[in-house]
Write a protein that binds this ligand. Sequence first.
Ligand code: WTA
Length: 572
Amino acid sequence: MNVVALPAVKGDYNLTNYDETYKHFDWKDVEKEFTWSETGKVNLAYEAIDRHAEGFRKNKVALYYSDDSRDEKYTFKDLKELTNKAGNVLKEYGGVEKGDRVFIFMPRSPELYFALLGAVKLGAVVGPLFEAFMEGAVRDRLEDSEAKVLVTTPALLDRVPVDKLPALKTIFLVGRDIKEDEKQIDFLKHLADASKQLELEWVDRMDGLILHYTSGSTGKPKGVLHVHNAMIQHYQTAKWVLDLKEEDVYWCTADPGWVTGTSYGIFAPWLTGTSNVIVGGRFKPEDWYKTIEKFGVTVWYSAPTAFRMLMGAGDEIIKKHDLTSLRHVLSVGEPLNPEVIRWGKKVFGQRIHDTWWMTETGAHLICNYPSMNIKPGSMGKPIPGVEAAIVDDQGNVLPPNRMGNLAIKKGWPSMMQTIWNNEPKYQSYFFPNGWYVSGDSAYMDEDGYFWFQGRVDDVIMTSGERVGPFEVESKLIEHPAVAEAGVIGKPDPVRGEIIKAFVALMDGYEESDELKEEIRQFVKNGLAAHSAPREIEFRDKLPKTRSGKIMRRVLKAWELDLPAGDLSTMED
Ligand code: WTA
């Protein structure tokens, strides 16, 4: 594209001229922001870390880390050395090579980030897992991805069914007093001794970078594969949407087990050379405000469920903290209630900017960027380079104000490249005419703003976590008392939705509160706390189609006192 023809929009990172930028923008123009546009050598970790360590940001703080027991900071130079060391340890003791899957299952700590980026430097495909996962969830993901290496902690090791994972060759343990054997390696010991020099593995732009497992309405969680090319969009949206500037201190509250915690907790801030705050431990409103005050956070990215919890904690705590450093606040994961936007304006003096995207899309697609007028309740507009529309079930584009499938024209740089081991599943996301179908229903108003209406499928969004009903149902029926189970999302003012399970018991079991609690614990211990149903209701029978599928739509109608719709496929 001819740059000379675009003086008005080049570098228009505030999108002050959205319409013009939208018309002329070409993702190709972003490529020149990366060293590989000149050298031809691609590796996201090089662009995110080493490039800065070799330039004027060398002594700039890249990472502020804090939790109950640690308080540390690392410059870009430190990060370069530590990720090199981590890469050397993974290579030397785990034999990690390009394309190998390296999974990371541990609570947030600086070492998690060293290991993750060290693995990326080797050209491996990383797979971050929430520390809350229990054995079943860990096993499904390591099995499907055939992970060769796992980095975890001694405390989490008993949730890793090592004997059942033939592909898993090496486990790095992050902790003290590690007993080593041919399979278990002391990560910290070797990290301390490792060389600071690492030969980076150069990859193709379309080579695998990261696998994020996410839930759909059927089947086990699917492995969404992203590639190094996604950095183009991470970088550009860090500028346009996060609005990151040289002097910013940025805090994304998400865990790397969720795509927000990698795309916007690691890649976007570091690709732009931003000082990044990472906080470990659990959510406590008081601590969150302390974090903003302590580090002087200027740009803050969180989720509606967190904002609602902060709102619930009351405005008195806020008055005890100096939050005046904040200049830009963003949200993702669920619909952002207008009420929360009004509260944010009142207590932080900031409009909260909603952003819409998905694990599968890898980066922001529809957003509220700083220079635009926000319509509270709307997700915003497609960023330049992204074509969004509402389409009907045949893929025809609908006019404004008509509800339908929220769809994106294929071809944005951070789009997933496959579903691991399941190409047909990947293909099923697209209409033949090139629209990616999100599974969300929405409409677009006459000004081009998009309004979220709900999920088309049965996926549950609880506290910002995406939970597939099928996975929970499958776990429920493993319990000896459970004959059948149907799981739905029930609207909840704080969590967005909570998980509600309808359960039919096996003969010989009596309904009781103890049994409900036992079943709840069973799911919690088998999957994860956030997957356990908060409500369980016993029913003699569940509504099913003639082919035996549980009709979640009918369960939902019962729950919400709504008409159940077409029941022609229901058995008796
Ligand atoms: C929902 C999150 C309304 C939506 C990065 C989407 C939202 C799913 C918003 C993806 C938003 C995400 N407004 N709904 N701003 N952002 N969602 O894969 O249903 O965990 O399809 O990725 O979350 O969830 P995921």
